[in-house]
Design a protein around this ligand. Sequence first.
Ligand SMILES: Cc1cc2nc3c(=O)[nH]c(=O)nc-3n(C[C@H](O)[C@H](O)[C@H](O)COP(=O)(O)O)c2cc1C
Length: 408
Amino acid sequence: MVPSLFETSRLSRVVNIEDLRRAAKRRLPRAVFDYIDGGADAEVTLRENCRSFERLTFRPRGAVDAGTPDLRTTVLGAELALPFVLAPIGSSRLFHARAEEVAARAAGAAGTAYTLSTFSGCLLEDVRAATTGPVWYQLYLAGGRECATASIERARAAGYSALLVTIDTAVAGLRERDVRNGIAELLTRKPLRMAPYVAQFALRPAWLAGFFRDGGLMAFPNVVMPGKGPMLYADVGKALEQSMVTWQDLRWIRDIWDGPIVVKGVHTGEDARRAVAEGADAVVVSNHGGRQLDGVRASLDVLPEVVAAVNGRVEVLMDGGIRRGSDIVKAICLGARAVLVGRAYAYGLGAAGGPGVTRAVDILRADLVRTLKLLGCPAVSDLDASYLDRPRGVPHLPAGTGLRLTSG
Ligand SMILES: Cc1cc2nc3c(=O)[nH]c(=O)nc-3n(C[C@H](O)[C@H](O)[C@H](O)COP(=O)(O)O)c2cc1C
């Protein structure tokens, strides 16, 4: 899809991810913007995810010519040009037309992977076909095992290279902004119940026109209920509650999927060890971007505990709060193989679709190059904790993590 002049000019003024966030806020109706931007309850964990990066400081090496830093890494046996992957973002198609396809295409063009949420509006086959890069399929068991088996079969046939199983969603978190914006009422499709909340859409005519051109409120074409067809938007909450993922399910998934499995939503060393025991090939330290259990530690603060617990047996990824390339560098210094970015690219989608995602990726890439040069580090693969000061605000750094922390 060719970007409009308006979209191109909007992006020309974007310097960092916060600018993209503001651009998304200007283009999207409040309910859609808040769905991306908000977190659970008092949003304490949402804020902490970002603040934890601010507390950690660098220990650079001066007078070192790092050349052109090498950003490549290997995740699950595949080489990626960048040490970050696009995280699963449900309902992306509300942000922009054919959003999952354009985001996957932008990731592939940048040489990295895209993760498709179970709750996406585009067919998983179309998303796979849209990109030259690897694609992972994020699995919820919404609709039950029969329904999930069909999606897994389709993902296998289409060429998805990994399954990412999210374990932190026993019930959807209370996103208070969504309640206030009338998301539940808007999904009823009953005019009287929707009426108090529809004005926000009239204020965003460009978004509204694009939304209707793209087919309006989508169902979820990759969650096909036997005998019923694709799951409807309004049914998601109940479906999640009825079919949360348990460790028994993970064992079952291991039996029917022979490719790599990534367990996302690990908050503790104990769960990381359990995931490894159940056959995970990688874990993602994640609190769902502060959208599930509010009051858990920031992902970055949990990372050393998980790195120590798995002790090199599987790859450790993390997400939550990444808004700059320097954040990615800090996570890698603490032992992450790579990171997932969520809102950083979702704001780009909301601001301008595919070109917005490309802008987000370009910003993070340029940040990474600059940060490595300023640290005096020639490659992402050379990063370790010696490039950090002792992380004063980072609790729970167990003895024997293998991280070489220098006192500063
Ligand atoms: C709007 C939105 C929708 C999300 N949908 C999903 C989803 O469908 N499945 C999932 O596993 N995680 C989902 N997540 C969580 C992200 O995959 C990721 O863990 C989180 O965004 C990372 O935090 P960050 O946004 O601060 O980078 C969603 C996050 C956002 C912001």
